[in-house]
Write a protein that binds this ligand. Structure first.
Ligand code: TMP
Ligand code: ASP
Length: 244
């Protein structure tokens, strides 16, 4: 029987625990706590931990089936995932298919403007600096990742985008943009880590353009919980996994 050890880390949206007797794995426990704008805005989204854990579990399983190596091992209960323990690369990898959010603001281009090709952006993962946009050259020169690692991260992220675009389209959702994180296994291999959830993606209903993600919390649009539940129910409707 797997036993939870001491807490290794508490982030804004999840806690990470060791697994007693197995240093190669960790337990990620998703919380209902929500923050936005570098934690200037704080709140609670009831049921978010369950939605994020279950949706991440199902999407990681889909990605495994499609050949994208990731940290997911098993969903342990409503809010906890058993994953491989990795060393997180300090980059937030953002893929955009439609103009929205910070890039729309920075470039003065209307949200919803379609993009001719996906945009691939890297942000240095440091809260104190508000996750600044960085280039691959900066990441390589500063030793955050090697050139071969950056090449693998980019090709994996674009493959994840192709898989997720098709999947979300099939459940009536436009995948506007999303953020991924990658980690290093003890043998040096780069795999996909973190979570894939309404906290880390922008989901718009294909017919109505209704926002079904954390922007409802960031922008005080109301019905935040309803949006998270709607996304979980659409994803579960197609990806019924053994442990869900
Ligand atoms: P942005 O438009 O604010 O740069 O966000 C792009 C995508 O990345 C969006 O789907 C939300 C996600 N994201 C995170 O998951 N964590 C973050 O800290 C930020 C700023 C964005
Ligand atoms: N998660 C980030 C924060 O807490 C940003 C966001 O998702 O808007 O500040």
């Amino acid at each position: 029987m797997l036993q939870r050890g001491k807490q290794l880390y508490e982030g804004k949206a999840k806690k990470v625990f060791e697994v007693l007797g197995d240093p190669s794995k960790v337990i990620q426990s998703y919380k209902d706590d929500a923050t936005a704008f570098n934690a200037q805005k704080r709140g609670t989204i009831v049921g978010k931990g369950i939605v994020n854990a279950k949706m991440s579990a199902m999407l990681f399983q889909l990605l495994t089936q499609k050949g994208v190596q990731n940290h997911f091992i098993e969903l342990l209960n409503d809010t906890d995932l058993l994953t491989y323990r990795v060393e997180i690369v300090p980059l937030e990898v953002v893929i955009r298919n439609t103009m929205a959010g910070s890039l729309a603001k920075r470039l003065g281009i209307a949200e919803g403007t379609p993009l001719k090709t996906p945009i691939y952006d890297l942000h240095y993962k440091v809260d104190a600096l508000e996750d600044p946009l960085v280039t691959e050259y900066q990441a390589e020169a500063l030793g955050w990742a090697t050139r071969p690692e950056l090449d693998r991260i980019r090709s994996m992220a674009l493959k994840v985008n192709q898989i997720l675009l098709g999947f979300f389209d099939s459940i009536g959702i436009k995948l506007v943009d999303f953020k991924l994180e990658f980690g290093r296994m003890p043998n040096g291999e780069i795999i996909l880590a973190d979570e894939i959830s309404p906290d880390t993606c922008r989901f718009w209903d294909k017919k109505t353009n209704e926002k079904l993600d954390k922007d409802r919390f960031r922008r005080d649009l109301g019905n935040v919980e309803g949006a998270y539940q709607e996304m979980l129910s659409r994803v579960s409707g197609v990806l019924s996994s053994a442990k869900i």
